[in-house]
Design a protein around this ligand. Structure first.
Ligand code: TXA
Ligand code: MG
Length: 345
């Protein structure tokens, strides 16, 4: 398939590209587009056949449901039942923005989009290009992150081109994602409401609206709460093997000294924060930004993992970051990228 790659510098001026992409969506095609979280790969959410093309292009397991994106929150009741009295409160507070609400779906949303679930995740993005695309298409857009399944999500147009050129109809290039982490997924069909995937909107933010909100455990289902179906798969994974080292930086640097490139064929690097780079002198170091700036770290994570992938590095020694709020979301992604390979030092 020949992919049309269209640059959007100013959404108003480049409206013809957005209109073209909207026509492609209406006709059952696939369009990758920027959002404020990560790039999405979209199709018409009301077309029973379109979703299967997304699963095929991404190589995504078919039991992993897609998020449905709306531009106009006032139309949400066309697609879901608002059973939770707080549903509207969440929407007023956090939409448009990086929160996906899992609610009971109406029959108009095809089973192919929700992987057969009776619920659907709905999100109203704030990015101008995403909003205009949905408006011009005149239908809600079902979109997972625009990466090959299992790979780090895409936060720059070049990442999308690397993964999906030749597999989708259109790629709308609209700069870098401002957040760089996927939306928070909150299941409000459960009591108490459960965060299935943490993101920029944190447990602390959501507890402000509903103090009973809980975070689904990262690694197991033993609390009886199934995670977002997608979270059971290996995710965000760089090609290199990643090991997360948890402990104070002196101990971590001593440990790394002992094993760094000692195995035959190992090409290693250290992934850490700015303040700790000096502990790893003489090694290849990638830094995610200042330790105190969680937003910067979140925004850099996927692009740094992809940058490492472009080198010959095959082992990443990453330092664990402690903290609440957004740090929890960052560590959720880093643990998954490391295949839960965490060593306490
Ligand atoms: O920020 C985002 O959410 C991006 C942009 C493009 O909007 N999208 C995204 O989609 O990250 P995806 O498909 O990569 O991740 C969606 C996650 C998966 O873990 C999926 O299992 C979960 O949301 N999910 C979707 N619908 C669900 C449902 N009905 N019940 C439980 N989990 C659901
Ligand atoms: Mg994804």
């Amino acid at each position: 398939m020949k992919t049309k790659i269209l640059e959007i510098t100013d959404p108003q001026k480049d409206m013809s590209a957005i209109r073209y992409a909207a026509e492609v969506i209406k006709n059952g095609g696939l369009v990758a587009f920027p959002t404020e979280t990560v790039y999405g790969l979209g199709c018409n959410a009301l077309d029973i056949h379109a979703a299967s093309k997304i699963y095929e292009a991404k190589g995504r397991p078919s039991d992993n449901p897609l998020i449905v994106h709306l531009s106009d929150p006032s139309r949400v009741e066309e697609y879901v039942y608002l059973e939770d009295p707080l549903a509207k409160v969440y929407m007023d507070h956090f939409w448009p923005g990086p929160l996906t609400l899992v609610m009971k779906k109406k029959p108009i949303i095809p089973d192919s989009v929700t992987a057969g679930l009776s619920t659907v995740g709905i999100r109203c993005p704030s990015h101008a290009v995403a909003r205009l695309l949905i408006q011009k298409a005149g239908v809600p857009i079902a979109a997972p992150s625009a990466n090959l399944s299992g790979r780090p999500s895409t936060t720059e147009a070049s990442h999308v081109i690397d993964d999906l050129n030749g597999k989708v109809d259109v790629i709308l290039c609209g700069g870098n994602s401002v957040y760089g982490l996927e939306s928070t997924v909150l299941d409000i069909t459960r009591k108490p409401a459960v965060i299935l995937r943490p993101g920029f909107i944190t447990l602390e933010d959501l507890s402000f609206i509903n103090p009973d909100t809980i975070q689904a455990s990262d690694t197991s289902m033993k609390d009886g709460i199934p995670k977002a179906p997608g979270m059971k798969y290996r995710h965000y994974a760089p090609r290199a093997k990643m090991l997360l080292l948890r402990g104070d930086p002196v101990k971590v640097s001593e440990y790394v000294d002992g094993i760094y490139e000692k195995k035959e064929g190992e090409k290693a690097c250290v992934l850490t924060v700015e303040e700790w780079t000096h502990y790893f002198k003489g090694k290849r170091v990638f830094d995610l930004g200042p330790m105190t700036d969680a937003s910067r770290i979140a925004g850099n994570l996927f692009s740094v993992l992809r940058k490492i992938d472009k080198t010959d590095i095959n082992v990443i020694y990453a330092t664990y970051l402690e903290g609440k709020g957004l740090y929890t979301s960052i560590m959720n992604r880093m643990k998954k990228a490391a295949g839960e390979n965490v060593m306490n030092l």
